[in-house]
Design a binder for this molecule. Structure first.
Ligand SMILES: [Zn+2]
Length: 79
């Protein structure tokens, strides 16, 4: 017997895809399983954090259903 047996890395569910991922210093993307999941999650985070306050802080925002196009004259001079 020499030394102690290697301890298995703790497995955590990847926040991106839910795949069991080793939460160890060896995994640079922890707690994610890969760089892709990490960037994906970060992207989603940014999008959500931007959307949530926007919709919450502007309850009386003018409906953008109509009037989205810029004002145009009755006729456009051509030629
Ligand atoms: Zn993942």
């Amino acid at each position: 017997m020499t030394g102690k047996p290697p301890r298995p890395a703790r497995l955590v569910a990847c926040p991106g895809c839910g795949k069991p991922t080793p939460f160890a210093p060896d995994n640079p993307w922890r707690p994610f399983c890969s760089e892709r999941c990490r960037s994906l999650d970060l992207g989603a985070w940014a999008s959500e954090s931007y959307r949530i306050p926007l919709r919450e802080s502007d309850p009386e925002a003018p409906s953008a259903e109509s009037g989205d196009e810029p004002p145009r004259g009755p006729n456009t001079p051509e030629g």
